[in-house]
Each structure stands twice: as structure tokens, then as C-alpha cells.
Write a new protein. Structure first.
Length: 325
């Protein structure tokens, strides 16, 4: 068996504020294998984007990594210097942000932005740069004529595709995506997801894909991580979690989205909202919203328990294990 491409261990991120440190990511463990598609889901404010930025080493103050390691291709990224990171960013891993409009420079053509990125990381002739730029644009289904376009001349879907093309300039082994389809309509979302999956299969890179939309990752991710209040709530095979969610929060997220299969059922939301991480609830952080909370849930801190290959942070499963012993 090959070793993981990315190994995250015990990773914590704090926001340093005048009122005290706020833990946005709490002791997260995570592996990503070469060529794997990992989805990370959860409501806004659950720490998924902060985790992604920590993995990509893109955090800036007031957020900082307060503990743990992020080992990518055998090197702990937390300990790399800015120069060393610059060397591997784009070449070995790249990041696609939520809004291409914010990530792309509105004053530069797509071609100029691709050229800047290439020249910052490699020595290539102007002809080779033009050819590579046209090639990656073609990969995402955009005609090379649009190399001359400025971001505002492209549709939202084309801008996101152009961002993905830029992320693939050096064919990295890992592409980290932070809600890349959230600004698009449903049809454009599905089309972009299918294209990302197709490219991933063809080029063999691994993907970490963050979204708040469970239905988006259902057909595209191999494994799924559900985050709640900065912690891993559930982590396992995507099909297994959709088939039988073990954590009440995962079930709540699933029940909040329509399914095109099976009998019609009313959509139910999750009551309340995620906790203020400056003052997380005692015991299980989900207990104020959990429909099946037990008396001990407000005092006992659940660990991650392994149930049939899935890891779940819920006392329902701690007790099931204990009963089985
Ligand atoms: Fe609900 Fe208790 Fe499980 Fe938390 S530990 S998810 S409150 S049952």
C-alpha cells in the first residue's frame, strides 16, 4: 500500500484575539492518498476553510497553527520557510479559491496571469509558456482565444474554470479547493464538478474539496469528512456515510438536502446554529442542537470512535462499543 500524500496530525488553529485565543480547528487528523478525492463538509463557521488554509500554509494573523503537523510528500509543511513553500506551491500543490473574481487580477488578461504564475516557478520560453497556457485552458473546456480576455469578460463559470486551469499549470499532485462552485447556478455547478472529476481521473491528482453542500460531494468524493465546531464529527467512505450516517449532525446535513433517489420526504433543517467557538458548549459540542442527546452528552467529551471503518465523534457509538466488549 502506498503511503499517504498528505498526513495531517493533531492539527489545531487558533485565532488570537484581545479577548483570548479562539480555537477554530481542534486536533484534526486526516490522510489523503495519491489520486483521492476527499470532500469536507459542514455549515459556515465550522472550521473547514480555516483547516484548508492551514493545510495549504496560507493562514495569516490573527489565525495561526497552535499545534500539530501537516506532512505533505514526507515534509512537514508547518516547518518550511516561506521560500521553501513558494517552491512547492503551484508545482506540487495548488489552491482554488471560492471566488475567482477575487482571486484573479481584474487588471490583467488571463494570459498575463498564467505567465506570471509560470515565471514565478519555472524557467520556460515565451513560446512554451503560451503553449502550456493554451493547453491548460483547453483542458477545462475554454478556447485558447480567451487567453486574451480579462476576468470581467468571462462568465462566472468560465472564471472558475480559468482558476482551475491556473491551478493545473504544473500538474500538481494535490489541488485544494475552497467552495469553488458556490457562486455558480446549479447547472454550472454540476458541469464544473463533472469536469473537475474527469480531470482528476485523467491527470491523477488528489483533491480536497470543501463545501457546505452535501449533495455536491455525493457523487464525486471517495471519502467524506464532516466538520462541526472545529472538530471532525465523522470521517469515512462517502457511500457509507450517505447510506448510514453515524453522527446525528451528518444525518441532519443529509436530511437538509433533497435526494433524487428513493421516496419523497420532507426536508428538515438542523435547529439552531453552530456555537460561538470562543465559548464552545461543554461535553459534545453538538449537544444543544442534537435531537438524540443523552444526559451525559453535556458533560462528557466524545472521542473519535471507529465503527466499521468510519470514525465518528458521538457517545452513542462509544456506548455501543463498550456494550460489545
Ligand atoms: Fe448527540 Fe450526544 Fe452524540 Fe453529541 S454525543 S452527537 S449530543 S448523541
Amino acid at each position: 500500500m502506498s503511503s499517504p500524500l498528505l498526513e495531517v496530525r493533531d492539527l489545531s488553529v487558533d485565532y488570537i484575539t484581545d479577548a483570548g485565543d479562539v480555537r477554530a480547528v481542534d486536533r484534526v487528523d486526516l490522510d489523503v492518498d495519491p489520486g483521492e478525492f476527499l470532500g469536507i463538509v459542514g455549515e459556515s463557521g465550522c472550521g473547514k476553510s480555516t483547516l484548508l488554509f492551514a493545510v495549504a500554509q496560507l493562514l495569516s494573523l490573527p489565525a495561526e497553527i497552535s499545534g500539530g503537523t501537516v506532512v505533505f510528500k514526507g515534509r512537514d509543511m508547518v516547518r518550511l520557510t516561506d521560500d521553501e513553500l513558494r517552491h512547492i506551491r503551484w508545482r506540487d500543490y495548488s489552491v482554488v479559491m471560492q471566488s475567482a473574481m477575487n482571486a484573479l487580477n481584474p487588471m490583467m488578461s488571463i494570459e498575463a496571469q498564467f505567465r506570471d504564475t509560470i515565471q514565478a516557478h519555472a524557467r520556460m520560453s515565451p513560446k512554451a509558456i503560451r503553449e502550456r497556457s493554451a493547453e491548460v485552458l483547453h483542458l477545462v473546456g475554454i478556447d485558447a482565444v480567451h487567453l486574451r480576455s480579462y476576468p470581467h469578460q468571462l462568465s462566472g463559470g468560465m472564471r472558475q474554470r480559468a482558476m482551475i486551469a491556473m491551478a493545473l499549470l504544473f500538474t500538481p499532485e494535490l489541488v485544494i479547493m475552497d467552495e469553488p462552485t458556490s457562486a455558480l447556478d446549479v447547472v454550472a455547478q454540476r458541469s464544473l464538478m463533472s469536469q473537475i472529476k474527469e480531470l482528476q481521473k485523467r491527470l491523477g491528482f488528489a483533491v480536497i474539496f470543501v463545501t457546505h453542500d452535501m449533495s455536491l460531494v455525493r457523487h464525486y468524493s471517495d471519502r467524506l469528512m464532516v466538520m462541526y465546531a472545529g472538530q471532525v464529527a465523522e470521517l469515512g467512505d462517502t457511500a457509507a456515510i450517505f447510506e448510514r450516517p453515524l453522527h446525528p449532525y451528518s444525518k441532519g446535513l443529509l436530511d437538509a438536502f433533497p435526494s433524487i433517489r428513493g421516496p419523497r420526504r420532507p426536508l428538515t433543517g438542523i435547529p439552531g446554529s453552530p456555537p460561538d467557538l470562543a465559548r464552545p458548549p461543554s461535553g459534545c459540542r453538538f449537544h444543544p442542537r442534537c435531537p438524540v442527546a443523552m444526559p451525559q452528552c453535556s458533560t462528557r467529551d466524545p472521542e473519535l470512535y471507529e465503527v466499521a471503518g468510519t470514525r465518528v465523534r458521538c457517545l452513542l457509538h462509544a456506548d455501543a462499543l463498550k456494550d460489545a466488549v
